[in-house]
Design a protein around this ligand. Structure first.
Ligand SMILES: [Zn+2]
Length: 370
């Protein structure tokens, strides 16, 4: 079924400067300067592949706008915002933990959060059925008072507050398929009964000691946070099983008006910063499940906003599969890696993975009904 799918990109996203590093470790006297893992290339190559495949021309172009300080302050502390502004106006710095940024990154981070906000506006306004915001810097690790894991502002946190404030949307579900724990989004909404946060991630990876299965929300938000800490090495069946047995029943109980996916492609089989085995075929199936869940909602909206993903070679094919599924358009390009990665061993569901999904499924059954 063809759908009207929005796509958002801005060249300035590519100009956010994370400096010289080895993977994520800053260059220095003991670390030869190389390219930081969170660089522009994975994102640029995804957009380029969409262009070459012909799909880009068939999507609805959505424009980003910078968020205001007032919008940022719905999530972040004044001191944190002031620090980012000051550093960005000078020569940059580190927003807290492993979050290097350069001159002008405040403005770019405002445009990144604003890209997620613009996609929410387009979806709620009815000009698109669903949409993908290919934003940068990412946002799901950013906490109210500290930047973490390459994330400066909580793009999703700001967008959810915007949806609530401007559009009167009450109930939102955030599904995070990035390989790392969505600690920032979890913290922002931990006591909020109207935002269901689900993070599927590699067990105790990044941040360390974060994303445990017993973190289920607090106070009025009890039961509205689900972590699925899958063991390293989890493949396609573990991921699809998580969506079928945890995400789907949780969303059916919670009944959100809007679903936002924190879309990291670092659970992919070729990612240097994760140890999972997801293929473009599995990302396509996960997207299909999310579309089916959205179709079950009355007037439901599905928005994806970009997070991690560090394999410059493979991220583009994972992203293209998601875009094809979202839009119902089959492009001219097939994933050249599919035969090898889908045919590899290790994709079946192992007992130690099934144990985690079982525990998370019982949490899904206990989500406060909407
Ligand atoms: Zn990640």
């Amino acid at each position: 079924m063809a759908r009207t799918t929005g796509f958002l990109f801005n060249e300035l996203y590519m100009w956010h400067n994370t400096g010289m590093a080895a993977l994520w470790y800053p260059a220095g006297l003991k670390v030869q300067p190389g390219e930081h893992a969170e660089n522009a290339e994975t994102k640029r190559r995804l957009r380029n592949l969409m262009d070459v495949s012909g799909i880009l021309d068939q999507l609805t172009d959505i424009k980003a706008r910078p968020v205001t300080d007032e919008e940022i302050l719905r999530v972040h502390t004044p001191d944190y915002l002031a620090g980012i502004k000051e550093g960005s106006a000078a020569h940059g710095g580190d927003a807290g933990e492993a979050t290097p940024y350069g001159h002008g990154s405040y403005e770019i981070a405002c445009l990144s959060a604003g890209g997620t906000v613009a996609m929410v506006d387009a979806a709620v306004g009815g000009s698109i059925d669903n949409g993908y915001a290919l934003v940068r810097p990412p946002g799901h690790h950013a906490e109210p008072d500290i930047g973490r894991g390459f994330c400066i502002f909580s793009n999703i946190g700001i967008a959810v507050h915007h949806a609530r404030h401007v559009h009167g949307i009450k109930r939102v579900a955030v599904v995070d398929w990035d390989v790392h724990h969505g600690n920032g989004t979890q913290r922002v909404f931990y006591e909020d009964p109207n935002v269901l946060t689900i993070s599927i991630h590699q067990d105790n990876w990044y941040p360390v000691d974060s994303g445990h299965i017993d973190q289920t929300g607090e106070g009025e938000g009890k039961g509205t946070n689900i972590n699925v800490p899958l063991p390293p090495g989890s493949g396609c069946e573990a991921y699809i099983g998580t969506f079928e047995r945890v995400v789907a029943p949780a969303l059916r109980r919670f009944k959100p008006e809007m679903i936002i996916i924190a879309s990291g492609f670092d659970a992919s089989i070729y990612d240097p910063l994760g140890r999972m085995m997801v293929t473009s075929t599995a990302y396509r199936k996960m997207t299909r499940i999310m579309l089916e869940l959205t179709d079950e909602m009355t007037g439901g909206k599905l928005i994806l906003t970009h997070e991690g993903g560090y394999s410059a070679a493979y991220v583009p094919y994972c992203g293209l599969a998601v875009m094809e599924e979202l839009s119902g358009i089959t492009s001219s390009i097939e994933d050249p890696f599919a035969e090898i990665v889908d045919g590899s061993g290790g994709h079946q569901l192992y007992a130690h993975q099934d144990d985690v999904i079982k525990q998370a499924a019982s949490l899904a059954d206990a989500v406060p009904p909407g």
